[in-house]
Design a protein around this ligand. Structure first.
Ligand code: HMG
Ligand code: MG
Length: 312
């Protein structure tokens, strides 16, 4: 693979919308995914099969999946649409269905999500880290048996509002467990955006020196304190070539107080292109999607680049 190519994982429809207070209509979610599909993005996280009592905003993920399978959005390149899955019940919703007829295909990729901090694991998954891994094991096994790729997330890689600073060794341990279990890639979540270039560099070096292949890592940085882009640069300098972002900087995690959106896709693409990397993403098109979704859900556009570019 081209070492100047960066894969962007668009998480707006999932991480971006999961925290919205008022339920975003299904049609708006589907339009968002369809519009994003035309921009050159190759991975668009489309929803999550989690308990609706916990995250009501994602309760229509089954309808989103059915729609994507029935009418795959037109796109200039193949697009993967992963869904988050916390347990076997969630996997059931992602697997191919034979009833009711006609038979329907399932997802091609899921993501499981672990935490590097005990406090957040309890808040987000209602169990400690060890128990979460016991629950992931059969999920990953069954997914792989069904030719479904599995991505892993680690949350709170720098610090956690419930447990304090996260030791880098803990992130290394959880990352390795996810890879050993069968995840093809692990995305490092600075869930509350408290990382800085120094702490991110220390973490990256701990992972690489700890034997984690950098090709298997992704950076998932929230922009709560405006540090996400500079933190992505540190990831890039350490060899990471996969970055998660959300259009218009949508988002936040319902179980991480004060967490705001991910780094904006527009800002990330602008930055990457400006330093000579290739993403395959059309910056102007993705900026238009950012402007559209901000307007559609009545939210401030948290990208700097999108509005600047469109104002020209
Ligand atoms: P629990 O309450 O311990 O689960 O929650 P339970 O097994 O006792 O079930 C409770 C109820 O939920 C039951 O329904 C189940 O059927 C139902 P009832 O009998 O009461 O009517 N249920 C489900 N329904 C649909 N789909 C399912 C499912 N599982 C159970 N899969 C559980 C445990 C894991 C389910 C819960 O804690 C949960 O859903 N957590 C998900 C929270 C979440 O989605 N967080 C946001 C995503 S993570 C994130 O944003 C971070 C990330 O972006 C990276 C970063 O930034 O760091 C990825
Ligand atoms: Mg996140």
């Amino acid at each position: 693979d081209d070492k100047d190519f960066v894969k962007i994982v668009e998480v707006g429809p999932r991480d971006g919308l999961q925290n919205e207070k008022t339920i975003v209509p299904l049609d708006t979610k589907i339009s968002l995914i369809e519009k994003l599909s035309t921009t050159g993005l190759r991975v668009i996280e489309a929803g999550s099969f989690v308990a609706p009592k916990w995250v009501p905003q994602m309760a229509d993920s089954t309808s989103i999946l059915s729609h994507l399978l029935r009418s795959p959005p037109p796109s200039p390149q193949p697009v993967t649409y992963p869904f988050l899955v916390p347990n076997l019940k969630g996997l059931e919703s992602a697997l191919p269905r034979t009833t009711p007829p006609p038979p329907q295909a399932g997802v091609s990729e899921i993501s499981i999500f672990a935490s590097a901090s005990e406090g957040f694991s309890l808040k987000n998954l209602n169990c400690d880290i060890a128990t979460s891994f016991e629950r992931f094991q059969p999920v990953v096994k069954r997914a792989l048996e069904n030719n479904i790729k599995v991505r892993g997330y680690v949350s709170m890689v720098i610090a956690c509002p419930y447990s304090g600073d996260t030791p880098p060794e803990k992130v290394v341990e959880v990352t390795k467990k996810l890879l050993e279990m069968g995840c093809y890639e692990v995305s490092l979540g600075d869930t509350t955006g408290v990382g800085n270039p120094y702490s991110i560099d220390v973490l990256m070096k701990a992972l690489i020196e700890g034997g984690v292949p950098v090709e298997k890592l992704a950076c998932h940085f929230h922009d709560t304190y405006g540090q996400a882009i500079v933190n992505c640069m540190v990831g890039l300098a350490n060899g990471v070539r996969v970055f998660d972002s959300s259009v218009a900087g949508l988002g936040g995690c319902p179980y991480a107080k004060g967490a705001t959106g991910n780094v904006a896709t527009e800002d990330l693409v602008y930055f990457l292109h400006s330093v000579g990397m290739k993403t395959g993403v059309d910056l102007e098109k993705v900026s238009e999607v950012g402007a559209w979704i901000s307007e559609a859900i009545g939210r401030k556009n948290n990208s700097k680049v999108g509005p600047a570019l469109l104002a020209k």
